[in-house]
Design a protein around this ligand. Structure first.
Ligand code: SAH
Length: 233
């Protein structure tokens, strides 16, 4: 499918002063390559999903800068580099079953869907859940199922998952998520830190029942709030 065509109608009309968003998106991808992103499926998704539709209208012209942006309710859409890096660290392949905790704007969800994954994504906040559900439906993404609730409990009825991605920072990896990771060939990625807003990416890999853990660099996410996360906003 030609994704640039598919999203054309959703783009605002261009005037001589409006920024050329597809050119900005291409520039964003060039920067991702310059910063070390190499996986083709990640770069394809980043170059085709219209990030400007996942941010507030007034911030559209900033959508392709490498920065997080507010999405309301005290939450943020992650910066493009972080989304690309997480997508790479997750080592996804077409057809994989992915559990995402912290849907937020739905941008990371859309990137994974564009890479061919089947995703269950859980969001704690009702308003964001509704808004993002409407947007993803309007954009015609397939293979995405959104749920509202405490994602630290996971989704036991749909387990095991090939991949689990947590896009909010917590003090430790929630036990239920570890239990719901495929024991044969599962990868879980989450920002973990004992102080709020200062975390390290922790990558857990399960191969034939054996679990290995790896630290993959520092990062900053909003709080994961729930039974197995922070107890307060
Ligand atoms: N990937 C998203 C990140 C959004 S910020 C994006 O780029 O837009 C993190 C999100 O996690 C917020 O929307 C927040 O409400 C949500 N969140 C925090 N704790 C949660 C929990 N226990 N379960 C589900 N979602 C949670």
């Amino acid at each position: 499918m030609n994704y640039s065509q598919r999203f054309t109608s959703a783009q605002p009309k261009r005037s001589h002063r409006a920024p050329d968003l597809s050119r900005l998106r291409q520039h964003m991808c060039n920067e991702l390559v310059r910063r070390g992103i190499t996986q083709k499926n990640v770069l394809y998704a980043m170059s085709t999903v219209p990030r400007h539709l996942f941010v507030q209208d007034a911030l559209r012209s900033q959508a392709y800068e490498d920065a997080p942006l507010p999405i309301g309710y005290g939450q943020t859409i992650s910066q493009p580099y972080t989304v690309a890096r997480m997508s790479e660290l997750l080592e996804v392949e077409k057809g994989m079953r992915v559990l995402e905790i912290g849907t937020g704007s739905g941008y990371q969800t859309a990137i994974l869907a564009q890479m061919g994954c089947h995703i269950i994504s859980i969001e704690r906040l009702q308003e964001l859940f509704r808004k993002t559900q409407t947007l993803l439906h309007q954009l015609g993404f397939r293979g995405i199922h959104l749920q509202r609730g405490d994602g630290t409990l996971g989704c036991p009825q749909a387990a095991p998952f090939d991949r689990i991605i947590v896009t909010a920072g917590g003090p430790k990896i929630p036990e239920p998520l570890l239990d719901q990771l495929d024991p044969e060939n599962g990868i879980l990625l989450m920002p973990v830190g004992s102080k709020q807003r200062i975390q390290e990416f922790i990558k857990i890999r399960k191969v034939h029942g054996v679990t290995r853990q790896e630290a993959c660099g520092s990062t900053t996410f909003v709080n994961l709030i729930g039974s197995y996360g922070w107890r307060f906003p």
